[in-house]
Design a protein. Sequence first.
Length: 263
Amino acid sequence: MMQDSLKVCVLQSDLVWKNVDSNLSAFSKQLDEVDQKVDLFVLPEMFSTGFCMQPEEVSSSAGKNSLRWLIAQARQRQAGFCGSVLYLLDDGRYVNRMFLVEADGSYTHYDKRHRFALAKEHKAYSEGSPQPVIALFRGWKILLQVCYDLRFPVFSRNAVNGYDAVIYVANWPEPRRLHWRTLLVARAIENQAYCIGVNRVGEDANGLSYVGDSMVIDPLGGVSLDLNNAASFGLAELKKGMIVATRTRLPFLLDADRFSLVD
């Protein structure tokens, strides 16, 4: 049964380059500052290492350790947890894997489909799922997306009785912040769904600067949360009634083109 609303907490933080223990410790402390009941916590892309294109230089257990931490936090706080990590598969390939972990420790995962060739991500990480992944969380259907996926609207195209919210976790650099902010709003409006974008702040070892701009946007494009460039957390409430009202009053999804993705 779908909850009428979801309280979401987005965590916008600097990341310590390739240091899993330091990042997990920092997020644990940040989580301890949240004094409200939360349904779902969302962390940035590669929250335990930063956007690292040398996964072999990080412990091979980094991904599994990060997942164990997510599961432990979810159980401890009786809330969902979402974020992506570099993850080593059993066949020796690496993927940029996004998890949505339930309070009981079960989870859904999505491997990033669109790899950022400008940073040579396609050389370090294998291509993910050819089909979008929608997680069912407390009755809400949530589309899982990672950073560069934001530039490819076909991959997030909603349908009647499709998803209720889409989450983009990212390490999106400052020079293209206008694109990030604009496209997040566009994805919410065109899909008549809540759009949650969570980005990091600070500077990485490659000298790239990140200014956050983590946002929660409603199905009409209204910005209900905007963290700008502060290392902080913020809360927003997603309401099922807003989705229903928007799609009833403006039934645009009924007129959408029909298509299917092929690999």
